[in-house]
Every structure is written in structure tokens, then in C-alpha cells.
Design a protein around this ligand. Structure first.
Ligand code: SF4
Length: 325
């Protein structure tokens, strides 16, 4: 089997705030194969965006990466010099965020912004970089790219700005795209167009994708594999089909029930009773135990082991340990 493109082992990031140490990412391990689309799913504040920032070494104080390995194409990113990391970001690994306006410069034409990214990562001269910017706008199917290349961000709709951001991200033909809630701010029709576009571009460039989302519908449609995150930890991993057919972790079961059941909600996470824990004071034992409808007595004090019930699957739960025994 080919070595994975990205292999993360035991990644741990905490935030040292005045209110205490927030254990945002706790021993996260995940792998992404070449060309694979992998989802990281969880409710707000569960640590999924902090996981993405940690992979890219973009954690800012009071956050700090405390340990783990992030192997990308055989190199541990946590050991690279900042200059090497800068080359990698926006180069071989590109990120797309929810709000394009945070990342687009309102005072620069979109063409100049894409061309600048191209120049930085591919060392092209200005004319070649401008041509590459135009090609990237064509690839993201912006209508009239010759005109749009001269526009400023405020002259574009939300969906068009997201396309520009994607054009910038893919201009360096990355082998990994990290997309953090890329369509949350868009209306449903535009959401579907952007996801289709990302799928087409990935196929064309052969890029893998880590999609960070709370939308299980998007995962079902556009991803191969899924990691479910709860309170800073991965609680379940599986291929999308088997996970939807037979979720192994009670949290995943609750999520799917609220997404697919007769009382389905738009935001599945809202319908699970109780609140996610304060990560400055996570519960002892299983972090999900105060909300778990299937909790055993030991769940309140013993941390559950990670069990692999089948090839390519894992879940962190005492129920599975019992079954395995
Ligand atoms: Fe529920 Fe216990 Fe499994 Fe946690 S370990 S999900 S509390 S059954």
C-alpha cells in the first residue's frame, strides 16, 4: 500500500488562557491518502478548526502545539523551519476558509492577489503569473475571467469571492486542500456549486482534501472517509458508506439519527441533549459520558480505549471494548 500523503499521530494543542488550559486538540491521529477526500466532522468548539490550524502550524498564542507528529510526504511538519513551512502553505498544502473576505485584500485586484500567490510559490515573472492567475480563474469557472481578473473583491458576490479564494488555493496545484467550512456562509444552491467545483478540481489535479464541516449531508455526498471529533478527540473513523450504515460510537449514532431520522434538524448537533463540555475542565473518563444515552458505570471515570472493530474502522468506546472481550 502507498504511504499516506498526510499522517498525523497524537497531535496535541492546548490554549493557555486566563480561565485555564483549554485542551482543544488531544492526541488526534488521522491519515489522508493521495487524492482522497476525508471529512473531519464535529460541533462548534470541538477542536476541528484548531486541528487544521495545528496541521498548518498556524496556531497563535495563547495556543501551543504540545506534541505529536504531522508527516506530510514523509517530513514531520512540526520539525520544519518557519521559512519551509511558509513555502508549503499555499504551495503543496492550500487552505480554503469559510469567509473569503478575511483572506482577500480589499484594496488589491483579484488578479494581482492570485498572481502574487503564484509568484511566491512558483517563482514566475509577472506576465507568466498573470497568465497563471487567468488560468486559475478559468479552472474555477468564473464567468468572464478576463474582466473579473481586474475586479476588486467588493465587486463580487459571496460565491464568486469563494471561487477566487479557491483559484488562489489551487493556483499552485496543491496535493492537499484543507477546506474549513468552505460553504457555510453561502446559500444552498451556491454551496452545491462550490462543492461540485471542489470535487471537479480535485479530480483534475489529483489533490486530496480534508473537509472540515458540521454538515453530514456534504460528507455523504463528497467524501470517501470520515473522522468524527468530540471534545478535542477523534471518537470514530470509517469509510463514509459503512459509517452511515452502521455507526459504532453512540455520539455518531445520535448525530445520524438527528440528521436522517423523522425529526431531522438542519444542525444535527443541536438536537443532541446536553451541552458539549468546557474543554478547560473536560469530564473524567469518556468525554461524552454526561450526554451518552448508553453510558456504563465505568464511562464516568475510565478513559475508553480505541477499538478497531473492522479494517479501516475505529471507535473510542467502552461498549466496543466489551463486545471485543
Ligand atoms: Fe458512551 Fe461510555 Fe461509549 Fe463514552 S465510552 S460513548 S459514555 S458508552
Amino acid at each position: 500500500m502507498d504511504a499516506p500523503l498526510l499522517q498525523v499521530e497524537g497531535l496535541t494543542t492546548h490554549l493557555f488562557t486566563d480561565a485555564g488550559t483549554v485542551r482543544a486538540v488531544e492526541g488526534v491521529s488521522l491519515t489522508i491518502g493521495r487524492g482522497e477526500a476525508v471529512a473531519l466532522v464535529g460541533e462548534s468548539g470541538c477542536g476541528k478548526s484548531m486541528t487544521a490550524l495545528s496541521l498548518m502550524r498556524l496556531v497563535r498564542p495563547p495556543g501551543r502545539i504540545l506534541g505529536g507528529r504531522v508527516e506530510f510526504e514523509g517530513r514531520n511538519l512540526l520539525d520544519l523551519r518557519e521559512e519551509e513551512m511558509r513555502r508549503l502553505r499555499g504551495g503543496d498544502i492550500a487552505m480554503i476558509f469559510q469567509d473569503p473576505m478575511t483572506f482577500l485584500n480589499p484594496l488589491m485586484r483579484v488578479g494581482d492577489q492570485i498572481a502574487e500567490a503564484v509568484r511566491l510559490h512558483q517563482g514566475l515573472d509577472s506576465r507568466a503569473a498573470w497568465r497563471a492567475a487567468l488560468a486559475a480563474l478559468e479552472l474555477v469557472r468564473i464567468p468572464a475571467p478576463d474582466s473579473v481578473i481586474e475586479y476588486y473583491p467588493h465587486q463580487l458576490s459571496g460565491g464568486m469571492r469563494q471561487r477566487v479564494l479557491i483559484a488562489m488555493a489551487i493556483s499552485s496545484r496543491p496535493s492537499l486542500l484543507i477546506a474549513d467550512e468552505p460553504t457555510t456562509a453561502l446559500d444552498v444552491t451556491v454551496q452545491a456549486q462550490i462543492m461540485e467545483l471542489l470535487g471537479d478540481i480535485r479530480r483534475e489535479l489529483g489533490s486530496a482534501m480534508l473537509l472540515i464541516t458540521h454538515d453530514l449531508g456534504l460528507v455523504a455526498e463528497y467524501c470517501d472517509r470520515i473522522y468524527v471529533m468530540y471534545a478535542g478527540q477523534i471518537v470514530e473513523e470509517a469509510d463514509v458508506g459503512p459509517l452511515f450504515a452502521s455507526p459504532q460510537h453512540p455520539y455518531t449514532r445520535a448525530l445520524l439519527k438527528s440528521t436522517l431520522g423523522p425529526d431531522a434538524r438542519v444542525d444535527a448537533f443541536e438536537s443532541i441533549s446536553g451541552q458539549p463540555p468546557d474543554l478547560a475542565r473536560p469530564p473524567a473518563g469518556c468525554r461524552f459520558h454526561p450526554r451518552c444515552p448508553e453510558a456504563l458505570a465505568r464511562c464516568a471515570h475510565d478513559e475508553p480505549p480505541v477499538i478497531r472493530p473492522a479494517a479501516g474502522r475505529q471507535a473510542r468506546c467502552w461498549l466496543l471494548a466489551q463486545d471485543a472481550a
